[in-house]
Design a protein around this ligand. Structure first.
Ligand SMILES: NC(=O)C1=CN([C@@H]2O[C@H](COP(=O)(O)OP(=O)(O)OC[C@H]3O[C@@H](n4cnc5c(N)ncnc54)[C@H](OP(=O)(O)O)[C@@H]3O)[C@@H](O)[C@H]2O)C=CC1
Ligand SMILES: Cc1cn([C@H]2C[C@H](O)[C@@H](COP(=O)(O)OP(=O)(O)O[C@H]3O[C@@H](C)C(=O)[C@@H](O)[C@H]3O)O2)c(=O)[nH]c1=O
Length: 305
């Protein structure tokens, strides 16, 4: 029997992590080891799980020396952008030091290192971005992800970077919401929401991001790939689409802009991704925003049954 490639996945308890487990666990070509901070929150999934705090250098070194994976998919990060701005030491530790420890521990067995990164490394001045654009983060979270990217590029390992944008989806036990769930739940509760009309994103279904990472691993692809949705939308347009799909009250959605609506961390204005390279080299093909909402709607119903 062809021996399976061993994949070490970080961030397994998170949104992307759980979607990657759906793709990789019990896959004929891969042996998956899922890792997270503390106990597994994966419920009754039978996946092999190791607890590994990535900010503990010794634990990372020991874990990787034991497992010696062929591939590492590093999705773990501190992803609450506003908390990152207000607690920069914690953000640096989770997003930069953790990545450094993984890269250092990988030097003795040279895995294919796949790093998940973000549109927030960009300034937001340019509406549609290829993989070659100049990075200039406008918040601390983006700064740490850019620093981690640079460590990956200089690591000497075979590497790939999957950059993505405004991920949405549903998985058990998530520590944060996302734009589709937040709009849907706010409107269902009759809450008025202020939504900006001057930020531009290509929102990404978590399953599509997972597929992009899977394709990079499967093809042994190297370099930077934009892995996002293909529809360029403002959060306001997204909110209207969600309300329309779930037949909710659109009058609760109040249009605003970034001069009036502010968050503790500045958001880059325009970060739409051009995904032609991933489509051509990986065969990556994301869902439309509307079709993605439909997938989410089915999962929500299933989760309730
Ligand atoms: N969500 C989005 O909109 C976007 C996400 N990304 C990137 O995609 C990746 C995945 O994001 P997403 O799935 O949404 O994130 P989540 O916040 O859902 O998951 C991140 C996971 O990383 C884990 N983690 C954090 N610190 C450590 C640590 N020290 N040791 C071990 N695990 C740790 C968290 O553990 P715990 O559960 O214990 O907190 C969490 O489970 C991230 O790298 C993010 O930067 C990029 C663009 C957009
Ligand atoms: C909460 C809120 C957000 N928004 C807008 C601002 C923003 O453009 C969009 C999403 O805002 P949030 O704060 O929910 O999400 P945000 O923290 O911007 O999401 C980011 O997460 C990190 C991990 C990333 O890597 C980025 O790609 C991006 O996805 O919705 C409003 O217009 N009104 C609101 O009340």
């Amino acid at each position: 029997m062809k021996n399976k490639k061993r994949i070490f996945l970080t961030g397994a308890n998170g949104l992307l992590g759980q979607k990657l487990i759906d793709l990789l666990d019990n896959h004929q070509d891969y042996e998956l080891i899922a890792s997270g901070r503390g106990a597994s929150r994966l419920g009754d999934r039978a996946v092999r799980y190791v607890s590994c705090d990535l900010e503990d250098k010794e634990t990372v070194t020991k874990t990787l020396e034991e497992i010696r994976p062929d591939i590492i998919i590093h999705g773990a990060a501190m992803t609450h952008v506003d908390i990152c701005e207000q607690n920069q030491e914690a953000c640096y530790s989770a997003n930069v030091l953790a990545t450094k420890y993984l890269l250092d521990a990988s030097q003795s067995f040279s895995p294919h290192f796949i790093f998940v990164s973000t549109d927030f490394i960009f300034s937001g001045e340019k509406e549609l971005l290829t993989e070659e654009e100049e990075a200039a983060p406008v918040n601390y979270y983006g700064q740490t992800k850019l620093e981690a990217e640079e460590l990956v590029k200089k690591s000497g390992l075979k590497w790939a970077i999957a950059r993505t944008v405004l991920v949405f989806g549903i998985s058990p036990g998530l520590s944060r919401s996302n734009i589709v769930l937040w709009v849907k739940e706010s409107l269902e509760q009759g809450k008025t929401i202020q939504v900006v009309n001057d930020q531009f994103r290509t929102p990404t279904l978590a399953e599509d991001l997972a597929m992009g990472c899977f394709l990079i691993a499967q093809k042994g692809a190297e370099g930077v790939f934009n892995i996002s949705g293909s529809d360029l939308l403002t959060p306001y347009q997204m909110a209207l689409e969600v309300a329309d799909y779930f037949d909710l009250d659109q009058s609760l959605i109040q249009e605003t802009d970034s001069t009036k609506f502010t968050q503790p961390a500045k958001r880059p204005l325009k970060t739409g991704f051009i995904i032609k390279k991933a489509q051509k080299e990986l065969g990556y093909e994301p869902k439309t925003f509307r079709a993605a909402i439909g997938i989410l709607a089915k999962q929500i119903i299933l989760a309730r049954s």
